[in-house]
Design a protein around this ligand. Structure first.
Ligand code: FAD
Length: 321
Protein backbone atom coordinates (compact mmCIF):
# COMPACT_ATOMS: atom_id res chain seq x y z
CA UNK A 1 0.00 0.00 0.00
CA UNK A 2 1.28 3.46 -0.78
CA UNK A 3 0.49 7.16 -1.16
CA UNK A 4 0.20 8.67 -4.65
CA UNK A 5 0.33 12.41 -5.19
CA UNK A 6 -0.69 13.95 -8.50
CA UNK A 7 1.30 17.12 -9.20
CA UNK A 8 -0.16 19.60 -11.68
CA UNK A 9 1.96 21.54 -14.11
CA UNK A 10 1.36 24.52 -16.36
CA UNK A 11 3.39 24.39 -19.57
CA UNK A 12 5.84 21.98 -17.92
CA UNK A 13 6.27 23.99 -14.70
CA UNK A 14 4.94 22.75 -11.38
CA UNK A 15 2.45 24.99 -9.64
CA UNK A 16 3.12 26.11 -6.07
CA UNK A 17 -0.07 24.36 -4.94
CA UNK A 18 1.43 21.20 -6.47
CA UNK A 19 4.57 21.54 -4.33
CA UNK A 20 2.29 21.90 -1.31
CA UNK A 21 0.61 18.59 -2.19
CA UNK A 22 4.05 16.92 -2.35
CA UNK A 23 4.88 17.99 1.20
CA UNK A 24 1.40 17.00 2.39
CA UNK A 25 1.67 13.55 0.76
CA UNK A 26 5.12 13.06 2.28
CA UNK A 27 3.70 13.91 5.72
CA UNK A 28 0.81 11.43 5.22
CA UNK A 29 3.30 8.78 4.10
CA UNK A 30 5.42 9.44 7.21
CA UNK A 31 2.31 9.21 9.40
CA UNK A 32 1.22 5.88 7.90
CA UNK A 33 4.65 4.39 7.26
CA UNK A 34 3.77 3.91 3.57
CA UNK A 35 5.98 4.61 0.54
CA UNK A 36 5.07 7.66 -1.54
CA UNK A 37 5.22 8.31 -5.28
CA UNK A 38 4.31 11.31 -7.43
CA UNK A 39 2.45 11.28 -10.73
CA UNK A 40 3.18 13.80 -13.47
CA UNK A 41 0.96 13.96 -16.56
CA UNK A 42 2.06 15.75 -19.72
CA UNK A 43 5.34 17.04 -21.06
CA UNK A 44 7.61 17.88 -18.10
CA UNK A 45 11.38 17.72 -18.61
CA UNK A 46 13.66 15.48 -16.58
CA UNK A 47 15.29 18.31 -14.60
CA UNK A 48 11.89 19.58 -13.49
CA UNK A 49 10.74 16.06 -12.56
CA UNK A 50 13.88 15.62 -10.46
CA UNK A 51 12.97 18.67 -8.36
CA UNK A 52 10.22 16.47 -6.88
CA UNK A 53 12.98 14.81 -4.84
CA UNK A 54 13.52 18.12 -3.06
CA UNK A 55 10.28 17.46 -1.19
CA UNK A 56 11.20 13.96 -0.06
CA UNK A 57 9.39 12.01 -2.83
CA UNK A 58 11.74 9.30 -4.15
CA UNK A 59 9.70 8.12 -7.14
CA UNK A 60 7.91 9.80 -10.04
CA UNK A 61 5.58 8.08 -12.47
CA UNK A 62 5.66 9.99 -15.76
CA UNK A 63 2.73 9.74 -18.16
CA UNK A 64 3.61 11.75 -21.24
CA UNK A 65 1.27 11.22 -24.18
CA UNK A 66 0.33 13.59 -26.99
CA UNK A 67 -3.38 12.95 -26.24
CA UNK A 68 -2.84 14.27 -22.70
CA UNK A 69 -1.10 17.49 -23.73
CA UNK A 70 -4.19 19.47 -22.76
CA UNK A 71 -6.07 18.89 -19.54
CA UNK A 72 -9.16 16.67 -20.03
CA UNK A 73 -11.15 15.81 -16.89
CA UNK A 74 -12.23 12.28 -17.73
CA UNK A 75 -8.91 11.23 -19.24
CA UNK A 76 -6.79 12.66 -16.43
CA UNK A 77 -9.07 11.05 -13.82
CA UNK A 78 -8.72 7.70 -15.62
CA UNK A 79 -4.93 8.04 -15.66
CA UNK A 80 -4.72 8.95 -11.96
CA UNK A 81 -6.97 6.04 -10.96
CA UNK A 82 -5.04 3.67 -13.23
CA UNK A 83 -1.68 4.73 -11.79
CA UNK A 84 -3.10 4.52 -8.25
CA UNK A 85 -3.94 0.86 -8.92
CA UNK A 86 -0.53 0.33 -10.58
CA UNK A 87 1.37 1.51 -7.46
CA UNK A 88 -1.16 0.01 -5.02
CA UNK A 89 -2.07 3.43 -3.61
CA UNK A 90 -4.48 3.48 -0.71
CA UNK A 91 -4.27 7.26 -0.52
CA UNK A 92 -4.36 9.68 -3.45
CA UNK A 93 -3.49 13.33 -2.82
CA UNK A 94 -4.16 16.18 -5.24
CA UNK A 95 -4.69 19.92 -5.07
CA UNK A 96 -8.14 21.43 -4.54
CA UNK A 97 -7.39 23.69 -7.52
CA UNK A 98 -9.81 24.35 -10.41
CA UNK A 99 -8.74 21.16 -12.13
CA UNK A 100 -8.30 19.27 -8.83
CA UNK A 101 -11.93 20.04 -7.93
CA UNK A 102 -13.02 18.40 -11.18
CA UNK A 103 -10.66 15.44 -10.80
CA UNK A 104 -11.02 14.47 -7.13
CA UNK A 105 -14.63 13.17 -7.21
CA UNK A 106 -14.03 11.34 -10.48
CA UNK A 107 -10.91 9.64 -9.14
CA UNK A 108 -12.72 8.77 -5.89
CA UNK A 109 -15.62 7.22 -7.84
CA UNK A 110 -13.26 5.17 -10.00
CA UNK A 111 -11.40 3.85 -6.94
CA UNK A 112 -14.54 3.43 -4.75
CA UNK A 113 -12.74 5.70 -2.34
CA UNK A 114 -13.79 8.16 0.36
CA UNK A 115 -13.24 11.78 -0.65
CA UNK A 116 -12.05 14.72 1.45
CA UNK A 117 -12.16 17.78 -0.81
CA UNK A 118 -10.96 21.17 0.38
CA UNK A 119 -8.92 19.47 3.12
CA UNK A 120 -7.11 21.87 5.43
CA UNK A 121 -5.40 19.51 7.88
CA UNK A 122 -3.37 16.36 8.05
CA UNK A 123 -5.52 13.35 8.93
CA UNK A 124 -6.00 12.20 12.50
CA UNK A 125 -5.62 8.47 11.93
CA UNK A 126 -7.21 5.61 13.84
CA UNK A 127 -6.83 2.44 11.80
CA UNK A 128 -8.84 2.76 8.59
CA UNK A 129 -10.77 5.75 9.96
CA UNK A 130 -9.25 9.14 9.16
CA UNK A 131 -10.56 12.49 10.33
CA UNK A 132 -9.76 15.52 8.20
CA UNK A 133 -10.74 19.17 8.74
CA UNK A 134 -12.11 21.52 6.11
CA UNK A 135 -13.70 24.96 6.22
CA UNK A 136 -17.39 25.09 5.29
CA UNK A 137 -20.27 27.59 5.02
CA UNK A 138 -18.11 30.25 3.38
CA UNK A 139 -15.35 29.78 6.00
CA UNK A 140 -17.75 30.37 8.91
CA UNK A 141 -17.28 26.89 10.34
CA UNK A 142 -14.87 23.98 10.35
CA UNK A 143 -16.17 20.51 9.57
CA UNK A 144 -14.40 17.35 10.59
CA UNK A 145 -14.94 14.69 7.96
CA UNK A 146 -14.54 11.03 8.77
CA UNK A 147 -13.22 8.86 5.95
CA UNK A 148 -14.03 5.23 6.63
CA UNK A 149 -13.40 3.61 3.23
CA UNK A 150 -10.08 1.85 2.89
CA UNK A 151 -9.01 3.96 -0.09
CA UNK A 152 -8.95 7.72 0.37
CA UNK A 153 -8.73 10.66 -2.01
CA UNK A 154 -7.67 13.97 -0.45
CA UNK A 155 -7.89 17.30 -2.32
CA UNK A 156 -5.73 19.76 -0.39
CA UNK A 157 -6.84 23.40 -0.13
CA UNK A 158 -4.09 25.63 -1.62
CA UNK A 159 -2.03 27.69 0.86
CA UNK A 160 -2.75 25.46 3.86
CA UNK A 161 0.63 23.71 3.86
CA UNK A 162 4.08 25.22 3.32
CA UNK A 163 6.22 23.18 0.88
CA UNK A 164 9.06 21.85 3.01
CA UNK A 165 12.32 20.45 1.74
CA UNK A 166 13.61 16.95 2.57
CA UNK A 167 15.91 16.20 -0.39
CA UNK A 168 16.18 12.69 -1.76
CA UNK A 169 17.21 11.05 -5.07
CA UNK A 170 14.39 10.49 -7.57
CA UNK A 171 13.66 7.47 -9.71
CA UNK A 172 11.55 8.25 -12.81
CA UNK A 173 9.30 5.52 -14.22
CA UNK A 174 7.52 5.94 -17.56
CA UNK A 175 4.03 4.46 -17.54
CA UNK A 176 1.62 3.68 -20.38
CA UNK A 177 -1.89 4.22 -18.97
CA UNK A 178 -5.06 2.41 -20.00
CA UNK A 179 -7.16 5.15 -21.54
CA UNK A 180 -10.07 4.77 -23.94
CA UNK A 181 -11.47 7.00 -26.66
CA UNK A 182 -14.52 7.50 -24.42
CA UNK A 183 -12.23 9.32 -21.95
CA UNK A 184 -11.97 12.08 -24.53
CA UNK A 185 -15.65 12.87 -25.06
CA UNK A 186 -14.79 16.52 -24.36
CA UNK A 187 -11.46 17.91 -25.43
CA UNK A 188 -9.82 21.27 -24.86
CA UNK A 189 -8.57 22.43 -28.27
CA UNK A 190 -6.56 25.37 -27.09
CA UNK A 191 -5.95 27.49 -24.01
CA UNK A 192 -5.39 31.18 -24.50
CA UNK A 193 -3.95 32.80 -21.41
CA UNK A 194 -5.77 36.04 -20.70
CA UNK A 195 -3.04 37.40 -18.46
CA UNK A 196 0.49 36.69 -17.28
CA UNK A 197 -0.33 37.93 -13.79
CA UNK A 198 -0.28 35.76 -10.67
CA UNK A 199 -3.31 33.42 -10.62
CA UNK A 200 -5.76 34.46 -7.90
CA UNK A 201 -6.64 31.02 -6.42
CA UNK A 202 -2.95 30.16 -5.87
CA UNK A 203 -1.69 33.61 -4.87
CA UNK A 204 0.12 34.05 -1.56
CA UNK A 205 -0.56 37.79 -1.60
CA UNK A 206 -3.76 39.39 -2.88
CA UNK A 207 -4.42 43.11 -3.33
CA UNK A 208 -8.16 43.66 -3.54
CA UNK A 209 -10.25 46.77 -4.00
CA UNK A 210 -13.86 47.82 -3.80
CA UNK A 211 -16.28 50.58 -4.65
CA UNK A 212 -14.14 53.02 -2.64
CA UNK A 213 -11.89 53.22 -5.73
CA UNK A 214 -14.72 55.14 -7.48
CA UNK A 215 -14.12 53.79 -11.00
CA UNK A 216 -12.08 51.44 -13.21
CA UNK A 217 -9.73 54.25 -14.27
CA UNK A 218 -8.31 54.27 -10.71
CA UNK A 219 -7.20 50.61 -10.67
CA UNK A 220 -3.69 51.63 -11.71
CA UNK A 221 -2.76 52.21 -8.05
CA UNK A 222 -4.04 48.73 -7.13
CA UNK A 223 -2.13 47.08 -9.97
CA UNK A 224 1.08 48.92 -9.14
CA UNK A 225 0.90 47.81 -5.52
CA UNK A 226 0.15 44.24 -6.64
CA UNK A 227 3.08 44.28 -9.03
CA UNK A 228 5.60 45.42 -6.44
CA UNK A 229 4.37 42.70 -4.05
CA UNK A 230 4.15 39.96 -6.71
CA UNK A 231 0.46 39.72 -5.80
CA UNK A 232 -2.75 38.80 -7.60
CA UNK A 233 -5.57 41.36 -7.82
CA UNK A 234 -9.13 40.79 -6.63
CA UNK A 235 -12.27 42.89 -6.12
CA UNK A 236 -15.63 43.06 -4.39
CA UNK A 237 -18.83 41.95 -6.13
CA UNK A 238 -20.27 45.38 -7.01
CA UNK A 239 -17.00 46.19 -8.73
CA UNK A 240 -17.19 43.17 -11.04
CA UNK A 241 -20.98 43.61 -11.45
CA UNK A 242 -20.31 47.14 -12.70
CA UNK A 243 -17.77 45.78 -15.18
CA UNK A 244 -14.88 47.68 -13.58
CA UNK A 245 -12.99 44.41 -13.20
CA UNK A 246 -13.38 40.89 -14.68
CA UNK A 247 -15.74 38.50 -12.87
CA UNK A 248 -12.83 36.10 -12.29
CA UNK A 249 -11.50 38.60 -9.71
CA UNK A 250 -14.68 38.68 -7.62
CA UNK A 251 -14.13 37.18 -4.17
CA UNK A 252 -16.71 36.38 -1.52
CA UNK A 253 -19.75 34.24 -0.91
CA UNK A 254 -20.79 34.30 -4.56
CA UNK A 255 -17.25 34.54 -5.93
CA UNK A 256 -13.95 32.83 -5.24
CA UNK A 257 -13.02 31.72 -1.73
CA UNK A 258 -9.32 32.32 -1.17
CA UNK A 259 -6.90 31.91 1.71
CA UNK A 260 -3.71 33.83 0.86
CA UNK A 261 -0.99 34.62 3.38
CA UNK A 262 -1.70 38.33 3.00
CA UNK A 263 -4.96 39.98 1.88
CA UNK A 264 -4.92 43.75 1.42
CA UNK A 265 -8.43 45.24 1.17
CA UNK A 266 -8.62 48.76 -0.25
CA UNK A 267 -11.89 50.71 -0.15
CA UNK A 268 -13.95 47.63 0.69
CA UNK A 269 -16.53 47.95 3.48
CA UNK A 270 -16.23 44.35 4.70
CA UNK A 271 -19.79 43.12 4.19
CA UNK A 272 -20.42 39.62 5.54
CA UNK A 273 -20.77 38.25 2.00
CA UNK A 274 -17.33 39.61 1.08
CA UNK A 275 -15.71 38.32 4.27
CA UNK A 276 -17.11 34.85 3.55
CA UNK A 277 -14.56 34.44 0.78
CA UNK A 278 -11.49 35.99 2.41
CA UNK A 279 -11.71 35.61 6.18
CA UNK A 280 -9.44 32.55 6.22
CA UNK A 281 -6.56 34.70 4.90
CA UNK A 282 -3.61 34.47 7.30
CA UNK A 283 -3.10 38.24 7.61
CA UNK A 284 -5.63 40.91 6.63
CA UNK A 285 -4.70 44.56 6.05
CA UNK A 286 -7.54 47.04 5.58
CA UNK A 287 -7.27 50.51 4.07
CA UNK A 288 -10.50 52.48 4.43
CA UNK A 289 -11.34 56.12 5.08
CA UNK A 290 -14.25 55.19 7.36
CA UNK A 291 -12.99 54.13 10.83
CA UNK A 292 -16.36 52.41 11.40
CA UNK A 293 -16.02 50.16 8.32
CA UNK A 294 -16.85 46.59 9.45
CA UNK A 295 -13.71 45.23 7.77
CA UNK A 296 -11.59 46.72 10.59
CA UNK A 297 -13.18 44.24 13.04
CA UNK A 298 -11.46 41.31 11.30
CA UNK A 299 -8.29 43.15 10.25
CA UNK A 300 -4.86 42.31 11.65
CA UNK A 301 -3.64 45.74 10.55
CA UNK A 302 -5.76 48.73 9.61
CA UNK A 303 -5.02 52.10 8.04
CA UNK A 304 -7.74 54.74 8.32
CA UNK A 305 -7.37 57.17 5.44
CA UNK A 306 -7.84 57.96 1.79
CA UNK A 307 -6.73 55.12 -0.47
CA UNK A 308 -5.68 57.58 -3.16
CA UNK A 309 -3.07 59.03 -0.76
CA UNK A 310 -2.04 55.86 1.09
CA UNK A 311 -1.73 53.26 -1.67
CA UNK A 312 0.76 55.16 -3.90
CA UNK A 313 2.88 55.97 -0.81
CA UNK A 314 2.82 52.32 0.24
CA UNK A 315 3.89 51.27 -3.28
CA UNK A 316 6.75 53.79 -3.30
CA UNK A 317 7.91 52.68 0.15
CA UNK A 318 7.88 49.01 -0.91
CA UNK A 319 9.81 49.82 -4.10
CA UNK A 320 12.49 51.51 -1.99
CA UNK A 321 12.60 48.60 0.46
P1 FAD B 1 -19.21 49.59 -0.44
O1 FAD B 1 -20.05 48.83 0.50
O2 FAD B 1 -19.82 50.70 -1.20
O3 FAD B 1 -17.95 50.07 0.35
C1 FAD B 1 -16.98 50.95 -0.15
C2 FAD B 1 -16.00 51.23 0.96
O4 FAD B 1 -14.98 52.08 0.47
C3 FAD B 1 -16.62 51.96 2.17
O5 FAD B 1 -16.31 51.26 3.36
C4 FAD B 1 -15.96 53.33 2.15
O6 FAD B 1 -15.74 53.84 3.47
C5 FAD B 1 -14.66 53.04 1.47
N1 FAD B 1 -14.10 54.19 0.76
C6 FAD B 1 -14.74 55.10 -0.02
N2 FAD B 1 -13.85 55.99 -0.53
C7 FAD B 1 -12.63 55.65 -0.03
C8 FAD B 1 -11.34 56.17 -0.19
N3 FAD B 1 -11.08 57.24 -0.98
N4 FAD B 1 -10.32 55.58 0.47
C9 FAD B 1 -10.52 54.50 1.27
N5 FAD B 1 -11.76 53.94 1.43
C10 FAD B 1 -12.78 54.50 0.79
N6 FAD B 1 -19.93 41.17 -2.09
C11 FAD B 1 -18.69 40.71 -2.34
O7 FAD B 1 -17.69 41.45 -2.31
N7 FAD B 1 -18.51 39.38 -2.66
C12 FAD B 1 -19.55 38.51 -2.74
O8 FAD B 1 -19.34 37.34 -3.05
C13 FAD B 1 -20.87 39.00 -2.47
N8 FAD B 1 -21.93 38.15 -2.51
C14 FAD B 1 -23.16 38.64 -2.17
C15 FAD B 1 -24.25 37.76 -2.13
C16 FAD B 1 -25.50 38.23 -1.76
C17 FAD B 1 -26.64 37.26 -1.73
C18 FAD B 1 -25.67 39.58 -1.44
C19 FAD B 1 -27.02 40.09 -1.04
C20 FAD B 1 -24.62 40.46 -1.48
C21 FAD B 1 -23.36 40.02 -1.86
N9 FAD B 1 -22.25 40.86 -1.93
C22 FAD B 1 -21.02 40.38 -2.16
C23 FAD B 1 -22.41 42.33 -1.75
C24 FAD B 1 -22.07 42.79 -0.35
O9 FAD B 1 -23.21 42.69 0.47
C25 FAD B 1 -21.60 44.27 -0.38
O10 FAD B 1 -22.62 45.06 -0.96
C26 FAD B 1 -20.31 44.48 -1.16
O11 FAD B 1 -19.31 43.59 -0.70
C27 FAD B 1 -19.84 45.92 -0.97
O12 FAD B 1 -18.76 46.17 -1.83
P2 FAD B 1 -17.71 47.30 -1.49
O13 FAD B 1 -17.20 47.10 -0.11
O14 FAD B 1 -16.76 47.35 -2.61
O15 FAD B 1 -18.59 48.63 -1.59
Amino acid sequence: MSVLVYIENIDGHFKKSGLETLSYAKAVADQTGQPVAALSIGNVDRDTLETIGTYGIPKVIRVDKEQLKQFVNQAYATVIADVAKHVGAQTVVLSNSFSGKALAPRVAAKLHAALADGASSLPAIEGDVWQIRKTVFSSKAIAVEELTARTKVIALMPNTVEPSEAPTAVQIEDYEPNIEDTDFSTIVKDIVRATDKVALPDAEIVVSAGRGLKGPENWKIVEELAEVLGAATACSKPVSDAGWRPHAEHVGQTGLAISPKLYIAIGISGAIQHLAGVSSSKTIVVINKDPEAPFFKVADYGIVGDAFEIVPKLTEALKAY
